[in-house]
Design a binder for this molecule. Structure first.
Ligand SMILES: [Ca+2]
Ligand SMILES: [Ca+2]
Length: 151
């Protein structure tokens, strides 16, 4: 992560403000952030800047400050955590219907040697703990809760 001085920021702003109207667009801000190692989405930026689509230089400086301090990189980690979870979910969802059934949970856990019959565990009661909508299956959100609470 590189952090820029006010002078650098001013130079960058002038460069980005191609038509010289003293405003730069959110897309340009996003592009700049990516250049310095902050990967974020337009939605995320929009949340931070509010209902505007362009920033003047003062707003840009303040915004840059907020972004660097709040460290958008952290939400990056969350994204890749979700990505890993999505991969894990696919492993469990053997028939690919978007839900993990009792049988699927048991099969996959046994495959990884994580299912111990002797403990007398039963997949239904395991699922029940996290099955917030009580359909007897784990959807991605429920699966996520299970993984988060077990890690
Ligand atoms: Ca399934
Ligand atoms: Ca469910």
């Amino acid at each position: 992560m590189s952090s820029l001085s006010a002078n650098d920021l001013h130079k960058i702003f002038t460069k980005l403000d191609k038509n010289g109207d003293g405003l730069i667009s959110i897309d340009q801000v996003k592009w700049l952030l990516e250049r310095i190692g902050f990967h974020t989405t337009l939605e995320e930026l929009q949340r931070l800047v509010g209902p505007t689509t362009s920033l003047d230089s003062i707003e840009f400086f303040i915004f840059y400050d907020i972004v660097v301090k709040s460290n958008i990189g952290r939400s990056n980690q969350t994204n890749s955590f979700d990505g890993d979870l999505a991969e894990a979910f696919k492993v469990f969802d053997l028939n690919g219907d978007g839900f993990i059934s009792c049988e699927e949970l048991q099969k996959v856990l046994s495959r990884f040697g994580l299912w111990d019959e002797r403990e007398g565990r039963d997949c239904k009661s395991m699922i029940n703990i996290f099955d917030t909508n009580s359909d007897g299956l784990l959807d991605f959100e429920e699966f996520r809760t299970m993984m988060v609470s077990s890690s």
